[in-house]
Design a binder for this molecule. Structure first.
Ligand code: SF4
Length: 125
């Protein structure tokens, strides 16, 4: 992570603010479902990206692990959602230890961007 990225990333105070805001919204609006990411990973046993809990489809059809991890090796214009969830990238991320690694409440795939890029390179995408 370079200095510019570090400056833009939420710090502990920002994370506490988000956590408290989500807690307040959940108590005020019990009829609604609020999902916070980054934020809910700790209480969910780790990162929920890459089909572990959800995945993201970008505006071009690329299936990405998460909106904040813009890597894709498969396009839903060419395949089914079931095939997309079993893509090489998603499978490698789920099979590896990255998603379950302890982290400080930030984004594990952002922090481990080099490892994600290495997987993409190995897949030759
Ligand atoms: S990729 Fe980052 S923001 Fe997305 S679910 Fe995983 S840890 Fe959270």
């Amino acid at each position: 992570m370079n200095e510019e990225e570090k400056a833009a990333a939420p710090d502990d105070g920002d994370r506490e603010f988000i956590t408290e805001s989500i807690r307040r919204l959940r108590s005020e609006r019990e009829d609604m479902l609020f999902i916070s990411f980054p934020g809910d990973e700790k209480s969910s046993g780790g990162c929920l990206a890459a089909g572990r809990g959800f995945f993201h489809i970008n505006s071009h059809g690329g299936a990405e692990p998460c909106p904040v991890s813009a890597f894709s090796d498969i396009n839903v214009k060419d395949t089914s959602l079931r095939a997309a969830i079993d893509s090489g990238l998603f499978a490698a991320l789920r099979d590896g230890r990255i998603l379950n690694e302890d982290h400080s409440g930030g984004c594990v795939l952002y922090e481990k961007k080099d490892q994600v890029e290495a997987i993409m390179k190995h897949l030759s995408v």
